[in-house]
Design a binder for this molecule. Structure first.
Ligand SMILES: [Zn+2]
Length: 250
């Protein structure tokens, strides 16, 4: 089972940049070390289903929107898997470790699936809090297709967690945490995340440096809070929610 986990890491790493590959190995080995083959199985489910959905989904580089797209560098990997890896090493009880790993990765999967499935939406996304229509790929915009995708992505990881831990409760709890984590991620992405503007291209951007190489101008939000920071906060909060629920329910 450990070798299956290592094979899954290698397969996932094959789709990443060099720095992303090193980060994926770090996350993978910490989870295997901390939470054994059971944690490795949850991680494998996350790798496989995130990888599949990002290949199945249509291309998500929208003209005029400089979204996260398919960037797979180290920061993105740490933002998605870091809290789960820390929880796998730090938590005292194997059952608790599996709840925390499952919750963190269910949120990361829900977010990935929401992005990929949301790209199929025929209606433009709307902002979660105001209902205002926004361009596809805008942080904070949600669609029904994306929400459906989030439930599927979260449920696949939560299902793996339930089987690995033998705790059937983890299926509904992990799915719910994954879905809510995706909504928190969208809301934080739309409200708090730094928004910038490229004076060269006249386009909005989520980055301090636009993809054309020109430094962008700050427009709104917290300039220091990037998309990776938002993802990290959402997966870390999901681990905290799972800790409270484990203590309360299990
Ligand atoms: Zn530009």
């Amino acid at each position: 089972m450990v070798s299956a986990g290592v094979a899954a890491i290698a397969w996932w790493a094959g789709t990443l940049s060099k720095s992303g590959t090193a980060a994926a190995w770090t996350i993978g080995l910490l989870i295997l070390h901390g939470a054994g083959w059971e944690g490795g199985a949850v991680l494998a489910a996350f790798f496989v289903c995130s990888n599949l959905v990002s290949r199945l989904g249509p291309r998500t580089d929208y003209p005029g929107v400089d979204a996260k797209g398919n960037r797979r560098d180290a920061w993105q990997v740490y933002a998605n898997g870091g809290p789960a890896a820390v929880a796998a090493v730090m938590a005292a009880d194997l059952d608790l470790k599996l709840w925390l790993v499952t919750a963190g990765l269910a949120t990361a999967a829900a977010d990935t699936w929401a992005t990929s499935m949301g790209a199929y939406s025929r209606v433009p996304p709307r902002l979660l809090w105001s209902g205002k229509q926004v361009a596809p790929g805008t942080s904070g915009g949600v669609t029904a297709a994306g929400c459906g995708g989030a439930v599927i992505g979260g449920a696949l990881v939560a299902g793996a967690g339930a089987v690995a831990s033998g705790s059937t409760l983890l299926l509904p709890v992990g799915t719910l945490i994954g879905f809510l984590g995706m909504l928190v991620d969208s809301a934080m992405g739309g409200v708090l995340q730094g928004r910038f503007y490229c004076p060269q291209c006249g386009e909005p951007s989520e980055w301090r440096v636009h993809r054309c190489g020109t430094p962008t101008e700050w427009k709104a939000g917290w300039a220091w809070l990037s998309n990776d920071g938002v993802n990290f906060a959402a997966t870390a909060l999901s681990c905290c929610a799972a800790w409270v629920l484990w203590w309360w329910l299990d």
